[in-house]
Design a protein around this ligand. Sequence first.
Ligand code: ASP
Length: 409
Amino acid sequence: MAQKWSLPKQILAALIAGILVGTLFYTMGLADFTAAYLKPLGTIFVNLLKFLVVPVVLLSMIEGIVSMGDMKKVGAVGWKTVFYFLCTTAVACTIGLILGNIFSNAGLFPILGNAEGAEWTGKTSQNFMDTLVAIFPDNMWKAFHNADMLQVIVIAILLGGGILSAGEKGKLVEDFVHSAYSVVDRVMLGIIKLSPFAVFAMMIWVVATQGPAILGSLAMVLLCAYIAYAIHAVLIYSMAVKAFSGISPITFFKGAAPAMIFAFTSTSSAATLPVSKECADQLGAQDDISAFVLPLGATINMDGTAIYQCVATIFLANCAGIHLTLQQMVVIVVTATVASIGTAGTPGAGMIMLAMVLTAMGIDVNMIMIIYGIDRLFDMGRTALNVTGDISCSLCVTKWQGGKIIPHE
Ligand code: ASP
């Protein structure tokens, strides 16, 4: 009897096997079969994870806040986290813009014609002030019901702060949160054990339905985005974890790999949260800090999404024959940063928020239809990058808070 493989190994094997079988199914023309019978298996798994997203984010954030002991520490960790998020996202946008411009100036972005006849029927995002107002819940249950994660985070911060300031009287609620989180955590771990099957099924479906042909004329913009993702991961995260937390980039990426692979296949940072937590803690992040940083990051820190939005904007401007000025590029950096913060950690959310960036640039939102068909391929890479950024942040903030990074074996 062979020795049992670890979960990351199982996921990697499932990924490779999924690609191989998917390619075979693609050549055999079995795309419809995979859409009918394999995709639903993946959907069941993602649904199971999604149903846990609200309790996990809520309870783990309250738990993180309460275990920090006082609001001063929460404030310190909060500011450092948001600072890290904003800086890395702004850098991500810049990398996306530079790469997009290089491809555009080299004539590598094909002119696909205009989007005439195509109509964007998706939701168009609100303006900045509306987005700000919408963060504050007027009804707690509505926020849970709609899984509005920014509102859930505000609720967690308020309740966590309330428990801390209530002192002894808040003890019962504190114990309840602790106990409830332990239960949810067990459920989560049980579901995660199923992930290799889900990864296998989803990968077969993606490869069999998307196939190499769909890349066709859009290969260049995909390539551009993936080069930018890779540069951001290899340069920025490697430098950040090395400089701020003292971890070697190789150790970091090895430790973060299960979450990256999981995010790549699930295309949801929120669904990847339990795996990210495992990875961050294994790499040596302090438990209360990762419990605070990761759910926050899965909701507002989206470096991959920011890169995608910049590259896609330049690409679509190119298709529309619009030449962007330097000043407009600065506007792209600002709007893509805000748009990525407002992007939910769910599949395809970044494409909806792209509408906000395009509107700010005066580009017809219907142009999104040009890249609509391959969004999933962009989404896989950007989600993997998004969760990597969250894990790196939890390590850096652990160190900035004076903690020791001791990777677990
Ligand atoms: N799928 C991404 C995530 O969950 C969000 C996006 O669509 O950009 O992180």
